[in-house]
Design a binder for this molecule. Sequence first.
Ligand SMILES: [Zn+2]
Ligand SMILES: [Zn+2]
Length: 216
Amino acid sequence: MFSADLGIHVKLSDVRKSNILLVFIGFCIGVIGLMTARFIAYKSDNVHYHANFALYVDGTIDKFNGPGYYEEVQACTSENADNPRIRTHLHDENPSLVHVHAHTVTWGQFFTNLGYSVGDSVIQTGNGVFADDHNDNKLTFWLNGKKVDSIAGRVIKSEDVLLINYGKDDDITLQKRYDAVPRDAREANTKYDPAGCSGDENLTFWNRLKRSSWFE
Ligand SMILES: [Zn+2]
Ligand SMILES: [Zn+2]
């Protein structure tokens, strides 16, 4: 009798132990699964892509000379994503490569960050205000090969090519200027550039793991 009782007792505690083990394993799988999901999803929060543009006023291209037009690369971390200046800007003295670090950033916001202001028929640059007038001076926008009436409210798309022209220029001249806009956005999108801006630059595997876990 005694030995049979003991036998049942041992069996029960074994069952209890294996149940606890199963619950523990289940918990671990759950935690690892959630962390993996967060790890994978984390990357999609980091926006970083590029577009190209050029601005001509009265036949002269705006070279955006001066450090005030270029954002420090160090500023481009996801912690600063709420700062409007960080959402889109220029880097590395490259006056034709637009860096975008957030969703739904418009061309208008980009120019505002440069200290410029762009409307449909008037543009304010570092050199003054230029508006459509009776002498046939006209503000013109060519976006991805097509003439458009307005760009301020348009969201900057990856690898957009934009020409803004103010003056009395004919379509042949505009076409030439549009064709001359550098096309380095694609390269910047695909290549890791340690000297350039990369929103994910400091987001190493371990940083990402840390941020996607609950340890930070
Ligand atoms: Zn940047
Ligand atoms: Zn960039």
